[in-house]
Design a protein around this ligand. Structure first.
Ligand code: SAM
Length: 304
């Protein structure tokens, strides 16, 4: 048997013996509750472990990703493998699942074997892994994310969104609301600006706590994100800095909140934004303009 915990990038290319896509039956393997009992996989809160054990539900999530044939799906946190099985039943040419908790690696062996070359498990902290190094294009991320690291993971993928066909991700509903919030709403903030600058983000559906084992305290939401064509040109770091300053003091007028960036009045004048406006009134195009003006006044050091 090959060692499933160490997957060199070249093994991301499916082998000739790979089972045909779509012919994988998620129900043909032992029920997930049985797998959990057999391997003693009690859920660990610190790793955001809330499992989806209903294969109809994981099938719904996998299908909602709408993966074009030939896509390599990257999953973060396969856990006992409910969503992994469902992804193997889609047109994904290969599934690469990154799991930090070693207990699941052994438990997923049955799925690795049944997938006949289409599933690779990587034992790693997803925060330290670049999916572009693991999966050839076209690639997509599909995951029921561990909530404690969901936002940093999303920001990492958004910074390189053009490298992905799509991201289909489960978040706590409160985070999903922020991703798609519009100017003027309470949920509108840095995460809304950065997400909507780089991607088209769409809420697909909500899931109640009882859909998970154990149930989390909050509702969950599946969001589908695709690269945004025609995103305003701006430097990633500059957008981060401008939005951090503006929303760091969201109740203050921009002429005050942007002071930490240098000449706030000049930035606002150059971009035609009222100095008395507040962060929550400024749309994505406005923040991109502020970021460009900021970068023009604070050029990046050329690489040595
Ligand atoms: N996909 C499974 C499902 O839907 O039932 C499990 C989802 S559970 C919400 C999150 C999973 O992510 C767990 O398996 C957990 O061990 C794993 N995980 C947590 N932090 C991680 C990290 N930094 N890198 C990779 N996996 C992580």
């Amino acid at each position: 048997m090959t060692d499933p915990t160490l997957v060199p990038p070249e093994s991301a290319v499916p082998s000739e013996s790979a089972s045909p896509q779509g012919s994988f039956d998620p129900h043909a393997l032992p029920p997930l509750r049985e797998v959990i009992a057999r391997f003693g996989l009690d859920a660990r809160k610190a790793l955001g472990q809330n499992f989806l054990l209903d294969l109809n539900l994981t099938g719904r999530i996998a299908r909602s990703a709408n993966l074009p044939p030939g896509t390599t799906a990257v999953e973060v946190g396969p856990g006992p493998g409910g969503l992994t099985r469902a992804l193997l039943a889609t047109d994904a040419v290969k599934v690469i699942a990154i799991e930090r908790d070693r207990r699941f690696i052994e438990a997923l062996q049955d799925v690795v074997e049944a997938a006949r070359g289409r599933l690779a498990i990587v034992e790693a902290d997803a925060l330290t892994v670049d999916p572009e190094q693991l999966a050839p294009a076209p690639r997509a991320v599909v995951a029921n994310l561990p909530y404690n690291v969901a936002t940093p993971l999303l920001l990492g993928w958004l910074a390189r969104i053009e490298a992905y066909v799509s991201l289909t991700l489960m978040f706590q509903k409160e985070v999903a609301d922020r991703l798609v919030a519009k100017p003027g709403s309470k949920a509108y903030g840095r995460l809304s600006v950065i997400t909507q600058w780089r991607s088209e983000a769409r809420v697909l559906f909500n899931l109640p706590p009882r859909a998970f084992t154990p149930p989390p305290k909050v509702e969950s939401t599946v969001v589908h994100l695709t690269p945004r064509i025609g995103a305003e040109p701006a430097d990633w770091r500059a957008v981060e800095q401008v939005t951090a300053a503006a929303f760091g003091q969201r109740r203050k007028m921009l002429r005050q909140s942007l002071k930490s960036l240098g000449n706030a009045e000049a930035l606002l004048e150059e971009t035609g934004i009222a100095p008395t406006a507040r962060a929550e009134e400024i749309d994505v195009a406005g923040f991109a303009a502020l970021a460009r003006a900021f970068r023009a006044r604070n050029p990046l050091e050329p690489p040595r």
